[in-house]
Design a binder for this molecule. Structure first.
Ligand code: NAP
Ligand code: MG
Length: 478
Protein backbone atom coordinates (compact mmCIF):
# COMPACT_ATOMS: atom_id res chain seq x y z
CA UNK A 1 0.00 0.00 0.00
CA UNK A 2 1.30 3.46 -0.95
CA UNK A 3 2.18 5.58 2.08
CA UNK A 4 0.73 9.10 2.19
CA UNK A 5 3.60 11.25 3.36
CA UNK A 6 3.83 14.34 5.50
CA UNK A 7 4.41 17.75 3.95
CA UNK A 8 7.35 19.75 5.30
CA UNK A 9 9.02 22.79 3.74
CA UNK A 10 7.22 22.24 0.44
CA UNK A 11 8.31 18.58 0.11
CA UNK A 12 6.45 15.31 0.72
CA UNK A 13 8.51 13.42 3.29
CA UNK A 14 8.41 10.02 4.99
CA UNK A 15 7.82 9.87 8.74
CA UNK A 16 9.32 7.80 11.52
CA UNK A 17 6.61 5.16 10.98
CA UNK A 18 3.14 4.69 9.50
CA UNK A 19 -0.42 4.06 10.63
CA UNK A 20 -3.42 2.56 8.93
CA UNK A 21 -6.68 4.47 8.66
CA UNK A 22 -9.59 2.08 9.33
CA UNK A 23 -13.29 2.53 8.55
CA UNK A 24 -15.35 2.40 11.79
CA UNK A 25 -18.38 1.19 9.77
CA UNK A 26 -16.39 -1.76 8.40
CA UNK A 27 -13.22 -2.79 10.20
CA UNK A 28 -12.07 -4.83 7.19
CA UNK A 29 -11.91 -1.66 5.09
CA UNK A 30 -8.49 0.06 5.27
CA UNK A 31 -8.64 3.54 3.76
CA UNK A 32 -4.91 4.07 3.49
CA UNK A 33 -1.54 4.16 5.14
CA UNK A 34 -0.19 7.43 6.52
CA UNK A 35 3.23 8.65 7.63
CA UNK A 36 3.64 9.30 11.34
CA UNK A 37 6.09 12.05 12.24
CA UNK A 38 8.11 12.70 15.36
CA UNK A 39 9.66 15.61 17.27
CA UNK A 40 12.54 15.85 14.78
CA UNK A 41 10.09 16.30 11.92
CA UNK A 42 8.13 18.88 13.92
CA UNK A 43 11.35 20.85 14.35
CA UNK A 44 12.02 20.72 10.60
CA UNK A 45 8.45 21.85 9.87
CA UNK A 46 8.59 24.74 12.35
CA UNK A 47 11.98 25.90 11.00
CA UNK A 48 10.62 25.78 7.45
CA UNK A 49 7.54 27.71 8.53
CA UNK A 50 9.59 30.33 10.36
CA UNK A 51 11.78 30.81 7.27
CA UNK A 52 8.80 31.11 4.90
CA UNK A 53 6.52 33.27 7.03
CA UNK A 54 8.05 36.71 6.24
CA UNK A 55 7.62 36.07 2.51
CA UNK A 56 4.00 35.09 2.99
CA UNK A 57 3.39 38.07 5.30
CA UNK A 58 4.72 40.30 2.51
CA UNK A 59 2.34 38.82 -0.08
CA UNK A 60 -0.29 41.27 -1.28
CA UNK A 61 -3.88 40.90 -0.09
CA UNK A 62 -4.75 39.87 -3.66
CA UNK A 63 -2.17 37.07 -3.58
CA UNK A 64 -3.50 35.74 -0.29
CA UNK A 65 -7.06 36.05 -1.58
CA UNK A 66 -6.16 34.09 -4.72
CA UNK A 67 -4.47 31.24 -2.83
CA UNK A 68 -7.32 30.80 -0.34
CA UNK A 69 -9.99 31.08 -3.00
CA UNK A 70 -8.25 28.38 -5.07
CA UNK A 71 -8.34 26.04 -2.05
CA UNK A 72 -12.04 26.83 -1.48
CA UNK A 73 -12.95 26.24 -5.11
CA UNK A 74 -11.21 22.87 -5.23
CA UNK A 75 -12.80 21.75 -1.95
CA UNK A 76 -16.18 22.71 -3.37
CA UNK A 77 -15.61 20.97 -6.70
CA UNK A 78 -14.54 17.78 -4.89
CA UNK A 79 -17.04 17.95 -2.01
CA UNK A 80 -18.74 14.65 -2.95
CA UNK A 81 -15.46 12.74 -3.12
CA UNK A 82 -13.88 14.33 -0.03
CA UNK A 83 -17.10 14.10 1.95
CA UNK A 84 -17.43 10.41 1.11
CA UNK A 85 -13.84 9.79 2.22
CA UNK A 86 -14.54 11.73 5.44
CA UNK A 87 -17.58 9.56 6.19
CA UNK A 88 -15.60 6.43 5.44
CA UNK A 89 -12.87 7.30 7.93
CA UNK A 90 -14.89 9.08 10.65
CA UNK A 91 -18.30 7.42 10.42
CA UNK A 92 -20.78 10.28 10.02
CA UNK A 93 -23.43 9.64 7.36
CA UNK A 94 -22.33 10.45 3.82
CA UNK A 95 -24.65 13.44 3.38
CA UNK A 96 -23.16 15.02 6.52
CA UNK A 97 -19.63 14.28 5.31
CA UNK A 98 -20.35 15.99 2.00
CA UNK A 99 -21.95 18.94 3.82
CA UNK A 100 -18.81 19.25 5.93
CA UNK A 101 -16.56 19.30 2.85
CA UNK A 102 -18.79 22.01 1.38
CA UNK A 103 -18.56 23.94 4.62
CA UNK A 104 -14.76 23.71 4.57
CA UNK A 105 -14.89 25.20 1.06
CA UNK A 106 -17.04 28.11 2.27
CA UNK A 107 -14.67 28.75 5.16
CA UNK A 108 -11.71 29.12 2.80
CA UNK A 109 -13.74 31.40 0.53
CA UNK A 110 -14.86 33.50 3.50
CA UNK A 111 -11.27 34.00 4.67
CA UNK A 112 -10.13 34.65 1.11
CA UNK A 113 -12.38 37.70 1.32
CA UNK A 114 -11.15 38.57 4.80
CA UNK A 115 -7.56 38.69 3.47
CA UNK A 116 -8.70 41.73 1.47
CA UNK A 117 -10.17 43.44 4.53
CA UNK A 118 -7.35 43.54 7.09
CA UNK A 119 -8.02 47.05 8.23
CA UNK A 120 -6.30 49.07 10.93
CA UNK A 121 -7.22 52.39 12.50
CA UNK A 122 -5.89 55.86 12.04
CA UNK A 123 -6.16 58.48 14.76
CA UNK A 124 -4.66 61.83 15.69
CA UNK A 125 -2.31 61.70 18.65
CA UNK A 126 -2.92 63.67 21.81
CA UNK A 127 0.44 65.25 20.93
CA UNK A 128 0.23 67.92 18.22
CA UNK A 129 1.53 66.94 14.78
CA UNK A 130 1.70 63.23 15.57
CA UNK A 131 -0.33 60.52 13.80
CA UNK A 132 -1.29 57.20 15.37
CA UNK A 133 -1.82 54.03 13.32
CA UNK A 134 -3.12 50.84 14.87
CA UNK A 135 -1.93 48.02 12.65
CA UNK A 136 -2.78 44.30 12.51
CA UNK A 137 0.25 42.03 12.08
CA UNK A 138 0.58 38.26 11.73
CA UNK A 139 1.87 36.31 14.72
CA UNK A 140 4.46 34.20 12.88
CA UNK A 141 4.28 30.38 13.05
CA UNK A 142 0.95 28.98 14.26
CA UNK A 143 0.52 25.38 15.44
CA UNK A 144 -2.85 23.86 14.50
CA UNK A 145 -4.01 20.82 16.51
CA UNK A 146 -7.40 19.32 15.69
CA UNK A 147 -9.75 16.55 16.90
CA UNK A 148 -11.20 13.71 14.84
CA UNK A 149 -14.90 14.61 14.88
CA UNK A 150 -14.84 17.31 12.17
CA UNK A 151 -11.89 16.16 10.06
CA UNK A 152 -12.25 18.89 7.39
CA UNK A 153 -14.24 21.74 8.94
CA UNK A 154 -12.16 22.29 12.09
CA UNK A 155 -8.80 22.22 10.25
CA UNK A 156 -10.33 24.63 7.70
CA UNK A 157 -11.55 27.10 10.30
CA UNK A 158 -8.08 27.26 11.85
CA UNK A 159 -5.82 27.02 8.77
CA UNK A 160 -7.81 29.46 6.59
CA UNK A 161 -7.67 32.44 9.00
CA UNK A 162 -4.07 31.64 10.01
CA UNK A 163 -3.04 31.93 6.35
CA UNK A 164 -5.39 34.81 5.51
CA UNK A 165 -3.73 37.00 8.13
CA UNK A 166 -0.19 36.17 6.99
CA UNK A 167 0.91 33.41 9.36
CA UNK A 168 2.71 30.18 8.52
CA UNK A 169 1.13 26.91 9.69
CA UNK A 170 2.23 23.56 11.08
CA UNK A 171 -0.83 21.31 11.09
CA UNK A 172 -1.11 18.25 13.39
CA UNK A 173 -4.43 16.47 12.72
CA UNK A 174 -5.98 13.77 14.89
CA UNK A 175 -4.49 10.38 14.13
CA UNK A 176 -7.93 8.81 13.72
CA UNK A 177 -8.61 10.89 10.59
CA UNK A 178 -5.41 11.21 8.55
CA UNK A 179 -7.08 10.87 5.14
CA UNK A 180 -9.13 14.07 5.30
CA UNK A 181 -6.11 15.94 6.68
CA UNK A 182 -3.85 14.61 3.95
CA UNK A 183 -6.33 15.49 1.18
CA UNK A 184 -6.70 19.01 2.53
CA UNK A 185 -2.91 19.37 2.78
CA UNK A 186 -2.52 18.13 -0.79
CA UNK A 187 -4.94 20.80 -2.00
CA UNK A 188 -3.17 23.51 0.03
CA UNK A 189 0.18 22.32 -1.37
CA UNK A 190 -0.96 23.34 -4.88
CA UNK A 191 -2.40 26.75 -3.92
CA UNK A 192 0.73 28.76 -4.70
CA UNK A 193 1.95 29.44 -1.15
CA UNK A 194 5.70 30.01 -0.64
CA UNK A 195 7.23 26.58 0.26
CA UNK A 196 7.20 26.12 4.04
CA UNK A 197 4.18 28.39 4.62
CA UNK A 198 2.00 25.34 5.23
CA UNK A 199 3.20 22.04 6.72
CA UNK A 200 1.45 18.79 7.63
CA UNK A 201 2.92 16.60 10.37
CA UNK A 202 0.61 13.71 11.05
CA UNK A 203 1.51 11.79 14.19
CA UNK A 204 0.53 11.14 17.77
CA UNK A 205 -0.51 13.83 20.23
CA UNK A 206 2.09 12.73 22.75
CA UNK A 207 4.99 12.98 20.28
CA UNK A 208 4.09 15.38 17.47
CA UNK A 209 1.44 17.44 19.28
CA UNK A 210 3.59 17.88 22.36
CA UNK A 211 6.69 18.85 20.36
CA UNK A 212 4.67 21.42 18.41
CA UNK A 213 3.19 22.99 21.53
CA UNK A 214 6.63 23.28 23.15
CA UNK A 215 8.61 24.50 20.14
CA UNK A 216 10.07 27.95 20.93
CA UNK A 217 9.39 29.24 17.41
CA UNK A 218 5.67 28.42 17.50
CA UNK A 219 4.18 31.76 18.52
CA UNK A 220 0.61 30.55 18.88
CA UNK A 221 -1.32 27.29 19.14
CA UNK A 222 -4.94 26.88 18.13
CA UNK A 223 -6.29 23.66 19.61
CA UNK A 224 -9.63 21.89 19.56
CA UNK A 225 -10.10 18.73 21.59
CA UNK A 226 -10.71 17.48 25.08
CA UNK A 227 -10.40 19.53 28.24
CA UNK A 228 -7.65 17.27 29.61
CA UNK A 229 -5.38 17.80 26.60
CA UNK A 230 -6.40 21.45 26.32
CA UNK A 231 -5.15 22.04 29.85
CA UNK A 232 -1.73 20.56 28.96
CA UNK A 233 -1.57 22.70 25.82
CA UNK A 234 -2.46 25.83 27.78
CA UNK A 235 0.17 25.18 30.44
CA UNK A 236 2.91 24.46 27.90
CA UNK A 237 2.05 27.66 26.02
CA UNK A 238 1.86 29.74 29.19
CA UNK A 239 5.30 28.59 30.23
CA UNK A 240 6.90 30.21 27.20
CA UNK A 241 4.30 33.00 26.73
CA UNK A 242 2.90 31.67 23.45
CA UNK A 243 -0.66 32.59 22.57
CA UNK A 244 -3.20 29.77 22.95
CA UNK A 245 -6.73 29.33 21.67
CA UNK A 246 -8.54 26.34 23.14
CA UNK A 247 -11.91 24.94 22.13
CA UNK A 248 -12.77 22.03 24.39
CA UNK A 249 -15.67 19.94 25.49
CA UNK A 250 -19.22 20.62 26.50
CA UNK A 251 -22.04 19.31 28.68
CA UNK A 252 -24.62 21.25 26.78
CA UNK A 253 -28.12 21.65 28.22
CA UNK A 254 -31.30 21.73 26.15
CA UNK A 255 -34.17 23.05 28.26
CA UNK A 256 -37.71 21.95 27.36
CA UNK A 257 -40.37 24.11 28.99
CA UNK A 258 -44.03 23.19 29.51
CA UNK A 259 -45.14 25.54 26.74
CA UNK A 260 -42.75 24.05 24.14
CA UNK A 261 -44.08 22.70 20.86
CA UNK A 262 -43.57 18.99 21.55
CA UNK A 263 -42.65 18.13 17.95
CA UNK A 264 -40.07 20.91 17.82
CA UNK A 265 -38.64 19.86 21.19
CA UNK A 266 -38.27 16.22 20.12
CA UNK A 267 -36.77 17.20 16.78
CA UNK A 268 -34.22 19.48 18.51
CA UNK A 269 -33.35 16.85 21.11
CA UNK A 270 -32.99 13.98 18.64
CA UNK A 271 -30.89 16.05 16.28
CA UNK A 272 -28.79 17.69 18.97
CA UNK A 273 -28.19 14.64 21.11
CA UNK A 274 -27.81 11.78 18.64
CA UNK A 275 -26.91 12.97 15.16
CA UNK A 276 -23.25 12.46 14.29
CA UNK A 277 -23.45 9.75 16.94
CA UNK A 278 -23.49 12.45 19.64
CA UNK A 279 -19.82 13.05 18.87
CA UNK A 280 -20.08 16.81 18.73
CA UNK A 281 -18.73 19.28 21.26
CA UNK A 282 -22.09 21.07 20.92
CA UNK A 283 -24.22 17.94 21.40
CA UNK A 284 -27.26 18.32 23.69
CA UNK A 285 -26.25 15.87 26.37
CA UNK A 286 -28.50 17.09 29.22
CA UNK A 287 -32.21 17.41 28.44
CA UNK A 288 -33.70 19.52 31.23
CA UNK A 289 -37.47 19.15 31.17
CA UNK A 290 -40.15 20.86 33.27
CA UNK A 291 -42.73 18.74 35.06
CA UNK A 292 -45.79 19.47 32.94
CA UNK A 293 -44.29 18.19 29.68
CA UNK A 294 -41.84 15.63 31.09
CA UNK A 295 -43.78 12.40 30.56
CA UNK A 296 -45.10 13.33 27.13
CA UNK A 297 -41.59 14.38 26.06
CA UNK A 298 -39.93 11.16 27.22
CA UNK A 299 -42.59 9.06 25.53
CA UNK A 300 -42.27 10.98 22.26
CA UNK A 301 -38.46 10.76 22.41
CA UNK A 302 -38.52 6.99 22.79
CA UNK A 303 -40.92 6.67 19.85
CA UNK A 304 -38.65 8.85 17.71
CA UNK A 305 -35.52 6.96 18.82
CA UNK A 306 -37.04 3.62 17.80
CA UNK A 307 -37.30 4.95 14.24
CA UNK A 308 -33.66 6.13 13.96
CA UNK A 309 -31.65 4.11 11.46
CA UNK A 310 -28.18 3.26 12.77
CA UNK A 311 -25.79 1.73 10.27
CA UNK A 312 -22.90 1.93 7.83
CA UNK A 313 -22.07 5.59 7.22
CA UNK A 314 -22.02 5.16 3.44
CA UNK A 315 -25.31 3.26 3.23
CA UNK A 316 -28.29 5.13 1.81
CA UNK A 317 -30.81 5.95 4.54
CA UNK A 318 -28.40 5.76 7.49
CA UNK A 319 -29.14 8.54 9.98
CA UNK A 320 -26.58 7.64 12.62
CA UNK A 321 -23.24 6.03 11.84
CA UNK A 322 -20.91 4.10 14.10
CA UNK A 323 -18.99 5.32 17.12
CA UNK A 324 -15.54 6.40 15.94
CA UNK A 325 -13.40 3.67 17.52
CA UNK A 326 -13.14 0.94 20.11
CA UNK A 327 -11.91 3.29 22.86
CA UNK A 328 -14.79 5.72 22.43
CA UNK A 329 -17.30 2.86 22.31
CA UNK A 330 -15.93 1.50 25.57
CA UNK A 331 -16.20 4.99 27.11
CA UNK A 332 -19.85 5.23 26.00
CA UNK A 333 -20.69 1.81 27.48
CA UNK A 334 -18.82 2.65 30.69
CA UNK A 335 -20.89 5.82 31.13
CA UNK A 336 -24.12 3.87 30.60
CA UNK A 337 -23.09 1.51 33.40
CA UNK A 338 -22.03 4.43 35.61
CA UNK A 339 -25.39 6.16 35.04
CA UNK A 340 -27.37 3.02 35.90
CA UNK A 341 -25.25 2.42 39.00
CA UNK A 342 -25.96 5.99 40.12
CA UNK A 343 -29.71 5.36 39.87
CA UNK A 344 -30.61 6.47 36.35
CA UNK A 345 -33.06 4.39 34.31
CA UNK A 346 -32.54 3.41 30.70
CA UNK A 347 -35.64 4.45 28.74
CA UNK A 348 -34.29 3.15 25.46
CA UNK A 349 -31.16 2.09 23.56
CA UNK A 350 -27.52 1.67 24.54
CA UNK A 351 -27.11 -1.67 22.80
CA UNK A 352 -24.31 -2.89 20.56
CA UNK A 353 -25.86 -3.50 17.15
CA UNK A 354 -24.92 -6.15 14.61
CA UNK A 355 -24.79 -5.01 11.00
CA UNK A 356 -23.62 -6.68 7.78
CA UNK A 357 -20.14 -5.31 8.35
CA UNK A 358 -18.22 -5.39 11.60
CA UNK A 359 -18.25 -1.89 13.09
CA UNK A 360 -18.80 0.10 16.27
CA UNK A 361 -22.58 0.40 16.15
CA UNK A 362 -24.45 1.54 19.25
CA UNK A 363 -28.14 2.39 19.49
CA UNK A 364 -28.80 5.90 20.83
CA UNK A 365 -29.53 5.82 24.55
CA UNK A 366 -31.80 7.89 26.77
CA UNK A 367 -31.21 7.89 30.52
CA UNK A 368 -34.15 9.20 32.56
CA UNK A 369 -34.60 9.94 36.25
CA UNK A 370 -31.15 11.51 36.44
CA UNK A 371 -29.91 14.21 38.80
CA UNK A 372 -27.54 16.95 37.74
CA UNK A 373 -24.91 15.84 40.27
CA UNK A 374 -24.51 12.41 38.67
CA UNK A 375 -21.30 11.79 36.73
CA UNK A 376 -23.28 11.30 33.53
CA UNK A 377 -24.41 14.91 33.93
CA UNK A 378 -21.02 16.34 34.94
CA UNK A 379 -18.58 14.66 32.53
CA UNK A 380 -18.50 14.79 28.76
CA UNK A 381 -19.49 11.38 27.32
CA UNK A 382 -19.07 12.20 23.60
CA UNK A 383 -21.39 9.49 22.37
CA UNK A 384 -25.05 8.89 21.45
CA UNK A 385 -26.22 9.15 25.05
CA UNK A 386 -28.52 11.82 26.47
CA UNK A 387 -29.92 12.22 29.96
CA UNK A 388 -33.23 13.66 31.10
CA UNK A 389 -33.31 15.83 34.23
CA UNK A 390 -36.79 16.59 35.54
CA UNK A 391 -37.25 20.08 37.05
CA UNK A 392 -40.17 21.94 38.63
CA UNK A 393 -40.21 25.20 36.71
CA UNK A 394 -38.24 27.59 34.45
CA UNK A 395 -36.27 28.97 37.43
CA UNK A 396 -34.96 25.55 38.37
CA UNK A 397 -34.37 24.73 34.69
CA UNK A 398 -32.10 27.75 34.26
CA UNK A 399 -30.21 27.05 37.48
CA UNK A 400 -29.62 23.40 36.54
CA UNK A 401 -28.63 24.33 32.96
CA UNK A 402 -25.93 26.67 34.31
CA UNK A 403 -24.74 24.28 37.03
CA UNK A 404 -21.84 22.86 35.02
CA UNK A 405 -18.17 23.66 34.58
CA UNK A 406 -18.69 23.81 30.82
CA UNK A 407 -20.25 26.61 28.76
CA UNK A 408 -20.12 25.91 25.04
CA UNK A 409 -23.69 25.72 23.79
CA UNK A 410 -27.13 25.81 25.44
CA UNK A 411 -30.69 25.83 24.14
CA UNK A 412 -34.29 26.28 25.13
CA UNK A 413 -37.53 25.07 23.53
CA UNK A 414 -40.46 27.35 24.34
CA UNK A 415 -43.28 29.16 22.55
CA UNK A 416 -43.09 32.09 24.99
CA UNK A 417 -41.19 35.17 23.92
CA UNK A 418 -40.70 36.05 27.58
CA UNK A 419 -39.02 32.71 28.43
CA UNK A 420 -37.01 32.77 25.20
CA UNK A 421 -35.56 36.17 26.07
CA UNK A 422 -34.87 35.19 29.67
CA UNK A 423 -32.98 32.01 28.70
CA UNK A 424 -31.12 33.70 25.85
CA UNK A 425 -29.82 36.23 28.38
CA UNK A 426 -29.43 33.89 31.35
CA UNK A 427 -27.81 30.78 29.85
CA UNK A 428 -24.07 30.75 30.53
CA UNK A 429 -22.70 29.63 27.18
CA UNK A 430 -20.88 31.00 24.15
CA UNK A 431 -23.74 29.87 21.90
CA UNK A 432 -27.43 29.91 22.77
CA UNK A 433 -30.28 28.55 20.65
CA UNK A 434 -34.05 28.99 20.83
CA UNK A 435 -36.19 26.22 19.29
CA UNK A 436 -33.09 24.86 17.53
CA UNK A 437 -30.67 22.05 18.33
CA UNK A 438 -27.64 23.11 20.41
CA UNK A 439 -25.46 21.71 17.61
CA UNK A 440 -25.24 22.97 14.05
CA UNK A 441 -23.65 26.40 13.67
CA UNK A 442 -22.93 28.80 10.81
CA UNK A 443 -19.42 29.42 9.50
CA UNK A 444 -19.54 33.20 9.11
CA UNK A 445 -20.20 34.15 12.75
CA UNK A 446 -18.13 33.60 15.91
CA UNK A 447 -17.91 30.18 17.51
CA UNK A 448 -16.70 29.33 21.00
CA UNK A 449 -17.65 28.87 24.61
CA UNK A 450 -17.38 30.18 28.14
CA UNK A 451 -16.17 28.71 31.45
CA UNK A 452 -14.29 25.41 31.02
CA UNK A 453 -15.21 25.00 27.35
CA UNK A 454 -12.95 27.62 25.80
CA UNK A 455 -9.97 29.82 26.40
CA UNK A 456 -8.75 32.66 24.24
CA UNK A 457 -10.63 34.63 21.65
CA UNK A 458 -13.38 33.30 19.38
CA UNK A 459 -12.95 31.27 16.22
CA UNK A 460 -14.62 31.90 12.86
CA UNK A 461 -16.23 34.83 11.19
CA UNK A 462 -14.72 38.30 11.52
CA UNK A 463 -13.79 37.55 15.14
CA UNK A 464 -11.05 35.12 14.05
CA UNK A 465 -8.75 38.10 13.44
CA UNK A 466 -8.41 38.59 17.20
CA UNK A 467 -6.46 35.39 17.63
CA UNK A 468 -4.51 35.21 14.40
CA UNK A 469 -3.13 38.76 14.48
CA UNK A 470 -1.43 41.01 16.99
CA UNK A 471 -1.80 44.77 17.21
CA UNK A 472 0.97 47.27 16.72
CA UNK A 473 0.54 50.95 17.62
CA UNK A 474 2.65 53.21 15.40
CA UNK A 475 3.33 56.91 16.18
CA UNK A 476 4.55 59.04 13.29
CA UNK A 477 5.66 62.68 13.15
CA UNK A 478 5.62 63.44 9.43
P1 NAP B 1 -8.22 14.97 22.17
O1 NAP B 1 -7.99 13.59 22.58
O2 NAP B 1 -8.07 16.06 23.17
O3 NAP B 1 -7.25 15.27 20.95
C1 NAP B 1 -7.28 16.49 20.23
C2 NAP B 1 -5.97 16.65 19.48
O4 NAP B 1 -4.91 16.85 20.40
C3 NAP B 1 -5.58 15.43 18.65
O5 NAP B 1 -4.97 15.85 17.46
C4 NAP B 1 -4.61 14.73 19.57
O6 NAP B 1 -3.74 13.86 18.92
C5 NAP B 1 -3.88 15.92 20.15
N1 NAP B 1 -3.14 15.64 21.38
C6 NAP B 1 -3.30 14.62 22.26
N2 NAP B 1 -2.42 14.73 23.27
C7 NAP B 1 -1.69 15.84 23.05
C8 NAP B 1 -0.62 16.50 23.74
N3 NAP B 1 -0.13 16.02 24.88
N4 NAP B 1 -0.11 17.64 23.22
C9 NAP B 1 -0.61 18.15 22.07
N5 NAP B 1 -1.60 17.57 21.37
C10 NAP B 1 -2.13 16.43 21.84
O7 NAP B 1 -9.67 15.14 21.54
P2 NAP B 1 -10.37 14.14 20.49
O8 NAP B 1 -10.61 12.85 21.18
O9 NAP B 1 -9.62 14.13 19.21
O10 NAP B 1 -11.74 14.93 20.21
C11 NAP B 1 -12.82 14.88 21.09
C12 NAP B 1 -12.82 16.10 21.99
O11 NAP B 1 -12.79 17.29 21.21
C13 NAP B 1 -14.06 16.23 22.84
O12 NAP B 1 -13.72 16.59 24.15
C14 NAP B 1 -14.84 17.35 22.17
O13 NAP B 1 -15.71 18.04 23.00
C15 NAP B 1 -13.75 18.22 21.68
N6 NAP B 1 -14.22 19.09 20.61
C16 NAP B 1 -14.39 20.41 20.89
C17 NAP B 1 -14.83 21.28 19.91
C18 NAP B 1 -15.02 22.73 20.21
O14 NAP B 1 -14.95 23.52 19.29
N7 NAP B 1 -15.24 23.13 21.44
C19 NAP B 1 -15.10 20.81 18.62
C20 NAP B 1 -14.93 19.45 18.38
C21 NAP B 1 -14.47 18.60 19.38
P3 NAP B 1 -4.06 12.26 18.68
O15 NAP B 1 -4.07 12.14 17.22
O16 NAP B 1 -2.94 11.54 19.29
O17 NAP B 1 -5.38 11.97 19.35
MG1 MG C 1 -8.68 11.42 21.60
Amino acid sequence: MEVHRNYVGGEWVAGAGTIQDVNPSDLSDVIGEYAVGDAVQVDAAVEAAAAAQPTWAAATPAERFAALERIGLELEARAEELGTQLSREEGKPRAEGVAEAQRAAWIFKFFAGEALRIAGEHQRSVRPGVDVDVLREPLGVVGVITPWNFPLAIPAWKIAPALAYGNAVVFKPAQLVPASAWSLAEIVSRAGLPPGTFNLVNGSGSAVGDALVRHPKVRAVTFTGSQAVGRQVAMACAERFAKAQLEMGGKNPLVILDDADLDVAVECAIQGAFFQTGQRCTASSRLIVTEGIHDAFVEAMVEAMKRLRVGHALEEGTQIGPVVDEGQLKQDEDYLRIGLAEGAELAWGGERLERETEGYFLSPALLVGTRNDMRVNREEIFGPIATVIRVADPDEALAVANDTEYGLSAGVCTTSLKHAARFRDGLQAGIVTVNLPTAGVDFHVPFGGTKGSSQGSREQGRYAIEFFTQVKTAYTRP
